[in-house]
Design a protein around this ligand. Sequence first.
Ligand SMILES: NC(=O)c1ccc[n+]([C@@H]2O[C@H](COP(=O)([O-])OP(=O)(O)OC[C@H]3O[C@@H](n4cnc5c(N)ncnc54)[C@H](OP(=O)(O)O)[C@@H]3O)[C@@H](O)[C@H]2O)c1
Length: 243
Amino acid sequence: MLKDHHVVVVGGGSGIGRSVAEASVAQGARVTVASRNADRLTTVVRDIGPAVTARPLDMTDDTAVAAFAAGLDPVDHLVITASSAAHGPFATRDISAVEAMFVAKFFGPYRTAKAVLPKMTKGGSITFFSGVLSRRPGENCSGLGAVNSAVEGLTRGLALELGPDLRINCISPGMVDSAAYAHVPKEQREKMYRETGASLPAGRVGRPAEIAEAVLFVMTNTYTTGIVLDVDGGHMIRQYARR
Ligand SMILES: NC(=O)c1ccc[n+]([C@@H]2O[C@H](COP(=O)([O-])OP(=O)(O)OC[C@H]3O[C@@H](n4cnc5c(N)ncnc54)[C@H](OP(=O)(O)O)[C@@H]3O)[C@@H](O)[C@H]2O)c1
């Protein structure tokens, strides 16, 4: 279905983005992966093969994003998984950390989509990423919930404005075992996965490949636009403990 399509994955150096690159190549696409760490990108190219091109990029840097977009061949599908997170209590968390998160997780995708837009082919798609916290908040995560809501709002607005030439969608994952938690010590991370998994109807946290399947659906289904697709193991309906 993606034969000879050009898929650009910003955030393709690890986790869900890397799985999107793999799944797209399996369907016949050429893929450009971009993120900051050049070594990780080299590993992605080595593992997936010659259908993948790596382009180091920091999507918070205006000049770098403009040069990145200018150097791209026509783009059929743009997928932006790159993000950053800032947790902490509202009362004490530095505003600067929350602002930096908006710069990365909202303005990074906003800037990248705007820069790549002139390269997008008619009939193509853009896929953004939010997360369950926009609608199922957690304590100490108010800023992350808010930035996810902003990305979902952007998705709906752009779907109206850029249709029918382009379709714009957003994937909202629940907890996924990925490099996003590499900074958490192993024992603590495994406990977090176990406990979160046990609280979900699916009984476990997700895998990057399962989220990539949903990305391929919104990329290729020509009647899907303006949606936020929850791929979360049932997180939206999970039972929260009473205080
Ligand atoms: N994993 C979860 O549990 C979970 C839950 C809810 C929502 N999500 C959302 O799902 C999306 C994908 O998450 P993931 O689990 O795949 O995370 P991940 O494995 O950490 O992947 C994020 C990728 O983005 C790249 N990146 C970060 N900042 C960047 C920047 N400024 N410019 C360019 N690339 C940048 C990172 O590589 P470099 O550091 O090399 O740049 C990394 O390859 C994110 O939007 C995340 O918020 C994930």
